[in-house]
Design a protein around this ligand. Structure first.
Ligand code: HEM
Length: 450
């Protein structure tokens, strides 16, 4: 019971001051699973004297994301990590401002629009593996990041940014690591102190900002002509019902958001796909068989996607076991009731795809990679909130269709040419950073398919 007589969810006490910070820092994925095993579907704990409520039941997750979504905002933590790079972009903006931006951006993600990018995705996937040779070893996680970066740059900016693509990617990776590391430190050094990390962060931010503003202003001056058939052009042309359009700052924030949210997540999904297939040769063989039957060696197109159910099942299963977005957070902005408990405004609520997607109440043999489980309508039988790799409700991922098409084309293209096997002794360890990454990369040997 709390002082005002409300019931309080059960949970570990943790250490004085730091609470559960140390338990979660060493292995947050195992730490969260342990808490749900020990305390059940709703757990209360503290990190550095701040309260957290962990939800581990589909019904409660569905309450937060869908049924009572208006009572929650994105958490302060998410905002702090990303605000310097993404400003008021879709991922973190709120209220009427978010609604307008989502309305303006939505048409760019309409299925027909997204399908227009299939040929670019295919072209870049084919180009990426052109010099890959039988028997060589590559860090496949790094390769997937480079490939999805190329795809993000080309689909957002056409050819405008090709020369700087790698540099932009490196700057973004540094900034995400930097922001996350700052949040995890017990005592934060102010951003304006001239430490080497702060100075580099400022340099990288200025580099990206000036590049994006330059492109926007050049297009404004020269006319956002038809030959730019990219996401930036769609955002620049988007007009609200009252005739208003996005300002350069809004365009900057949204392009940065799409760039960041778009390429890193899909890269991790692809990296985990090659790992999972290498560990499950029967699933790999069945995928190869399906690709051969439907495509017969020809390049994949958007129209093939619905005719490749096993490929879709493989993707579902990868997103179940290795969800790139492995945790989500919200902050209550109004009093609400979840799981029979009254939660106060300001409560930080978290729930984890990593934990929920492994729950034996909803998945048989949950640790096993079995794409077959998705072939008999599992998705329709699962209760809402049990499988949410792309979130849910009004803030569901705007790029879901884009990501699934991109992943399908990359998998379909590479799997027709190569089989990948882990370099013996190479450790594969999931590392929960902003996304779920393999800590040491994934070093694999390429075997050309006959
Ligand atoms: C496998 C790939 C991807 C995964 C797993 C993923 C996952 C997610 C999740 C879980 C959310 C919801 C976050 C929340 O509610 O707190 C989200 C939101 C979002 N995603 Fe994705 N995403 C992926 C790919 C993409 C792509 C390709 C793009 C853009 C091209 C994108 C753009 C966004 C944006 C803009 C939002 C915020 C939407 C809003 O709040 O209105 N994502 N994503």
């Amino acid at each position: 019971m709390s002082a005002n007589g409300n019931r309080i969810p059960p949970g570990p006490k943790g250490l004085p001051v730091v609470g559960m910070a140390l338990n979660l820092r060493s292995d947050p994925l195992a730490g969260m699973r342990q808490m749900t095993r020990d305390y059940g579907d709703i757990v209360r704990f503290h990190v550095m004297m701040q309260e957290r409520i962990l939800l581990n039941h589909p019904d409660w997750i569905n309450q937060v994301l869908v049924v009572q979504h208006g009572k929650f905002h994105k958490s302060e933590l998410t905002r702090r990590i990303t605000v310097r790079m993404l400003g008021q972009g879709l991922l973190i903006s709120e209220g009427e401002f978010w609604r307008r931006q989502r309305r303006l951006a939505q048409p760019a993600f309409h299925r027909n629009r997204v399908n227009d990018y299939a040929s670019t995705m295919l072209e870049l996937a084919q180009a990426h593996i052109r010099d890959w040779r039988d028997g060589e070893a590559r860090n496949i996680a790094q390769e997937m990041t480079a490939l999805t970066l190329d795809i993000a740059v080309r689909t957002l900016f056409s050819t405008t940014l090709l020369a700087e693509a790698r540099q932009v990617g490196q700057a973004m990776t540094f900034l995400m690591r930097y922001s996350l590391r700052r949040q995890r430190l017990p005592f934060r050094i102010p951003e304006n102190w001239p430490t080497p990390a702060n100075r580099r962060a400022n340099r990288e931010l200025e580099f990206i900002d000036s590049l994006v503003y330059r492109i926007i202003s050049e297009r404004r001056t020269n006319g956002n002509s038809d030959h730019h058939n990219d996401l930036l052009a769609l955002l620049m042309n988007a007009m609200d019902e009252d005739g208003s359009q996005m300002t350069p700052q809004q365009l900057h924030d949204e392009t940065m958001t799409l760039f960041l949210a778009g390429h890193e997540t899909t890269a991790q999904m692809l990296a985990w796909t090659w790992y999972a297939l290498s560990q499950n040769p029967a699933a790999e063989a069945r995928l190869h068989e399906e690709l051969q039957g439907v495509l017969g060696g020809r390049p994949m197109e958007a129209a093939d996607f619905p005719r490749l159910p096993y490929l879709q099942a493989v993707m579902n299963e990868v997103l179940r076991l290795y969800p790139p977005a492995y945790i989500m957070a919200r902050e209550a902005v109004e009093p609400c009731e979840i799981g029979g408990y009254e939660l106060r405004p300001g409560s930080t609520i978290i729930f984890s795809q990593w934990v929920m997607h492994r729950d034996p109440r909803f998945y048989d043999d949950p640790e096993a990679f079995r794409p077959e489980r998705w072939l008999d309508g599992l998705q329709d039988r699962l209760p809402p909130g049990a499988y949410f790799p792309f979130g849910d409700g009004p803030r569901r991922c705007i790029g879901q269709g884009f990501a699934l098409l991109e992943a399908a084309i990359v998998i379909g293209t590479l799997a027709q040419k190569f089989r990948f096997r882990l370099v013996p002794g190479h450790p594969v360890v999931p590392e929960p950073l902003v996304t779920l990454r393999p800590r040491h990369g994934i070093h694999m040997t390429l075997h050309a398919r006959a």
